[in-house]
Design a protein around this ligand. Structure first.
Ligand SMILES: [Zn+2]
Length: 80
């Protein structure tokens, strides 16, 4: 599924790990999860929307636009 990112909104990008929740999934069971993958966040009115981007760092990403990750997670290294 490809999420169309709005061109007229301020988009925040975050590099995050996700868990799929499957009991048979080893990376999730040991707490590692999948990724990290890039996600986009933006506001539509009062709603916070998000879109999955993937492993590739978005070309429009600047460090100033990249919000810090979840509290306690610490900075994630970006390896290309
Ligand atoms: Zn999983």
């Amino acid at each position: 599924m490809v999420t169309a990112l709005p061109a007229d909104r301020h988009i925040t990008y975050q590099l995050q790990r996700r868990t799929c929740g499957k009991a048979s999934c080893r990376p999730c069971q040991n707490g590692q999860g999948h990724g990290p993958y890039w996600y986009a966040y933006w506001r539509e009115g009062s709603r916070l929307r998000s879109g999955y981007i993937g492993k590739t760092r978005p070309a429009s990403v600047h460090s100033a636009d990249t919000a810090s990750g979840p509290v306690g997670a610490g900075p994630l290294a970006v390896s290309v």
